[in-house]
Write a protein that binds this ligand. Structure first.
Ligand code: SF4
Length: 86
């Protein structure tokens, strides 16, 4: 399992989660190529250690553990995973 970033991140991309993540698995970072073009941030499901540190720092409540991902945003599991398969 991993944590998932869902729709509220679109257009927000606050990146407080990037700073909070102890294993550096949330991308793209603000200074990375592709940050401006990315619609949202993504969590690498392979690297995520399920610590939950990113959840409380998100100003728009966009991050959920997979079990609690709202049904309307269930596609975001695939969307996060696919970002790292490009
Ligand atoms: Fe990073 Fe922890 Fe959030 Fe996973 S749950 S993305 S390891 S801060």
């Amino acid at each position: 399992m991993s944590y998932i970033i869902a729709e509220p991140c679109i257009g927000t991309k606050d990146t407080a989660c990037v700073d909070a993540c102890p294993v550096d698995c949330i991308h793209p970072k603000k200074d990375a190529d592709g940050y401006e073009a990315a619609p949202q941030l993504y969590i690498d499901p392979v690297e995520c250690i399920d610590c939950g540190a990113c959840v409380p720092v998100c100003p728009v409540t966009a991050i959920f553990v997979l079990d609690e991902l709202p049904e309307k945003w269930k596609d975001y599991e695939r969307i996060n995973t696919e970002h790292f398969q490009k």
